[in-house]
Design a protein. Structure first.
Lengths: 358, 441
């Protein structure tokens, strides 16, 4: 079955959920001026990884990355997949914890944090228990329901823009040494892996995924530039969540609601729940591959409970940032090693095949 | 009397409407067996005589005439009993062990074809299905004159014999779907079918699904349009509506008779229904969230007027909403139960309670009445009784989550409902598909 449209929407939604929160703050913290350059580098890295990964996967039609390695010994492949699994689980923990914190900050100041963690985790576990088809279809419905709101708020957020803040354009490579810059890759890393997991269930055309990645470029740019154009670099760098702050300052007379942020944030949280369910599904696929006898639903339940307690145990935002930084090593593994090795194995297999036919 | 007749008598003789009458047909002794409540004996006898005389005058032998009159069976007691129960007349030829199953003139037990009582049509064919399955198939055949329309019939049930018919258009329908349904009906033939729950058990659906797997319609016109879209229609005897498989989400928003309007109008009407579904789902939850948890989301003037309208209401917004929603559901349910002559009373009493008294007594806020009215009206815009019921029940998830988490709860509730709808499948066909039929080649 070809499900290009669903894969496309899923790809867009996952990234949209991640872009608008930590990404602008990280980029603004990593350089003083010419923010377009770190964003551009990020996008290029993103595209290179994506293309390598998809090219590699295209050598194995109808196989996911687990079954690509099925010929080698399980212990050996475990070395390859353990960091991926760890990354996925850490990504779930970071996302849940961070977004629960953001929710309490922005609009539920009296609600205990653990209840929000519980809510996010239980709904995403429910969605992921329904399987990848249901996840992608949910993505379709959520896109129809929430994407118009997001787009509306995004357009409205240009309200207080002063274009002169965009200059100076010139830039340097100083951001490479900043940890915040590597943290910004969180917005790229989590999303594209699922392309390697869905192939036994259905196929997709590569050009649509690339189209959706191109579609995302303006969102990456706007998320950083709207805060800068509104507040200026000096003020924007002081803000904890610059984009949320900007959205909070939007004033629309004719709307019955005072805080547009709420709707913006909420639609992003709907996408984040979807992203979480996708991460969980991937994690369960890997775990289930190594413990084939256990039932996925039990594994899912166990995983969610474990993650809940870990999230509960993280005391404050500083620790979230620490984990996010520690996660950078795993992230570079996922961004660099996984696509390259899939590509390498694919090429070798192809060469072998052509040799045999000759 | 002979063995076979004794056997039938043993099985059915306890019924006072069962008769065995001795008669002569073509100068042979015959026994007529049947149920007087199902067979119009006077008319049947007249026709029987006329038919046999007509055949004699053509010079046929009595043997061949018997074969011409109906199906001839030998020594099959079971078949004879079922036929009697189905309202057939058994003509038993004495000393031969043979009997004929004859199609008699039935008693008029069916109502005539009327306009639908639960679905209203604006500018569209308005014949509706009746209880008799043959009439229903006939209605469909009349709507859809095509040699590709196929009808498969089954008789099911152990204690209660029920006729089920499966209709589809060959070439448009997914063959796998038809085969699946066919084999499941064959497999569970011994089940007694009298309602949709037993029907869905027969087809192996989970009995805990909140959204019905069947789309139902009373209108042969709608059923025929669904057939053209590649769906399967199941007719069950004594159920005055057609079951359409699979049920899809968009059926809630699109009615076939809308196609009698200009295209832009049709789209607008469908959009209205989508908005209706959203309002029905969101508005009670939104009220709870904005009043109890996130009043700061509203513009200050609005927030103040909301607060003012709730002045003096002694309990939290959740309790307020739940009380009023329950009262509303009670009114809806009561107006279905009550006879048509008493119905308006309930409307009047309900209207007074909901409209004026409850607000003046400071039990609920003014705003809530508006919200409730909007919810109920919006819910009624949806097409199909089954779908609107599930939307009606889903809104409580949103109300409860909103009372806990405010607007976040509302959104999470929507995500949850979306994922639930997305996870529904019928024979591998997702609930969210726009169309399942194959393209006509």
């Amino acid at each position: 079955m070809v499900r290009s449209l669903h894969v496309m929407i899923m790809y867009v939604l996952c990234h949209l959920g991640l872009i608008f929160f930590m990404f602008p703050a990280d980029i603004i913290a990593s350089t003083e001026q010419g923010h377009w350059f770190p964003i551009l580098i990020g996008i290029i890295v993103h595209f290179v990884c994506l293309l390598t990964y998809m090219k590699g996967l295209s050598f194995f039609p109808k196989k996911d990355i687990l079954s690509i390695f099925s010929k080698s010994k399980k212990r050996v492949t475990f070395l390859f997949f353990a960091p991926v699994l760890l990354y996925l689980i850490m990504a779930i923990i970071i996302t849940v914890r961070a977004y629960a914190e953001i929710v309490t900050l922005v609009f539920l100041s009296h609600t205990p944090l653990w209840t929000i963690i519980l809510l996010l985790l239980s709904v995403s576990a429910y969605i992921s228990s329904k399987g990848i088809e249901a996840i992608l279809r949910t993505a379709f419905l959520l896109f129809i329901l929430f994407f118009p709101i997001l787009l509306f708020v995004l357009i409205m957020s240009f309200q207080n823009v002063d274009w002169r803040y965009a200059i100076p354009f010139d830039t340097d490579l100083g951001f490479i040494s900043k940890p915040a810059y590597f943290e910004s890759y969180f917005a790229f890393a989590g999303g594209f892996l699922f392309l390697g997991f869905v192939q036994p269930f259905f196929s997709y055309e590569r050009k649509y995924v690339i189209l959706s990645a191109i579609f995302l470029i303006p969102f990456f740019l706007f998320s950083v530039y709207i805060p800068i154009l509104t507040l200026g670099q000096a003020t924007a760098s002081k803000a904890f969540l610059p984009f949320v702050l900007i959205v909070d300052s939007i004033n629309i007379d004719w709307l019955m609601f005072d805080r547009v942020t709420m709707f913006f944030l909420l639609s992003l949280i709907a996408f984040i729940i979807l992203y979480l369910s996708l991460l969980m599904w991937k994690a369960i696929r890997i775990i289930n591959y190594y413990i084939p006898k256990s039932r996925p639903s039990y594994l899912l339940f166990g995983l969610s409970v474990a993650i809940f307690f870990v999230c509960f145990w993280i005391p404050d935002w500083k620790d979230v940032e620490n984990i996010l930084f520690m996660n950078s090593f795993l992230r570079s593994y996922v961004i660099i090693v996984v696509p390259l090795s899939i590509y390498y194995i694919g090429r070798r297999l192809k060469r072998k095949d052509t040799n045999e036919t000759i | 009397m002979e063995q076979i007749v004794l056997d039938i008598k043993k099985a059915l003789g306890g019924n006072d409407d069962f008769f065995i009458k001795r008669d002569y047909l073509l100068k042979k002794e015959v026994l007529l067996l049947g149920l007087s409540t199902l067979v119009d004996m006077t008319k049947t006898k007249t026709i029987l005589q006329k038919q046999s005389e007509g055949l004699i005058s053509q010079g046929k032998t009595s043997e061949s005439i018997f074969i011409l009159m109906g199906e001839l069976f030998e020594d099959d007691t079971k078949k004879a009993i079922t036929s009697v129960l189905e309202g057939k007349l058994i003509i038993y030829i004495e000393h031969t062990k043979k009997f004929i199953i004859y199609e008699p003139v039935p008693k008029g037990l069916n109502r005539s074809i009327e306009v639908p009582s639960n679905e209203s049509v604006i500018q569209g064919p308005s014949n509706s299905f009746t209880e008799d399955i043959d009439t229903n198939i006939g209605l469909l055949r009349k709507q859809l004159t095509s040699n590709k329309l196929l009808v498969h019939s089954f008789t099911t049930g152990k204690n209660q014999k029920t006729k089920i018919s499966l209709l589809f258009i060959n070439g448009l329908v997914d063959k796998e779907l038809v085969e699946n349904i066919n084999s499941l009906i064959e497999k569970n033939k011994s089940m007694d079918i009298s309602n949709l729950q037993s029907m869905s058990k027969m087809l192996g659906f989970s009995s805990w699904d909140t959204v019905s797997k069947f789309n139902t319609t009373e209108l042969p016109f709608h059923a025929s349009q669904f057939l053209k879209k590649g769906r399967v229609v199941i007719l069950v005897d004594q159920l005055p509506f057609a079951l359409i498989l699979p049920n899809l989400l968009w059926d809630m928003f699109i009615v076939e008779s809308d196609r009698n309007f200009p295209f832009p109008i049709m789209i607008t009407i469908s959009c209205l229904r989508v908005i209706g579904a959203l309002i029905a789902l969101i508005s009670p939850g939104m009220y709870v969230a904005l009043v109890a948890v996130n009043p700061e989301a509203l513009q200050i003037e609005l927030a103040l007027s909301v607060a003012q309208s709730r002045e003096g209401v002694p309990y939290p917004a959740l309790v307020e909403v739940i009380i009023m929603l329950v009262v509303l559901e009670l009114i809806l349910e009561a107006s279905i139960r009550l006879p048509k002559s008493v119905g308006p009373t309930i409307t009047m009493v309900g209207g007074i309670i909901l409209g004026q008294a409850v607000v003046e007594a400071k039990l609920v806020s003014n705003l809530l009445i508006i919200i409730l009215a909007a919810t109920t009206i919006a819910n009624s815009t949806l097409v199909g009784a089954q779908s609107s019921l599930s939307i009606r029940s889903f809104k409580y998830i949103n109300v409860i989550l909103s009372s806990l988490f405010g607007v976040l709860g509302l959104v999470v509730g929507l995500v949850f409902i979306s994922s639930y709808l997305a996870s529904l499948t019928t024979f591998g066909k997702s609930y969210l598909y726009l169309n399942i039929g194959r393209k006509e080649q």
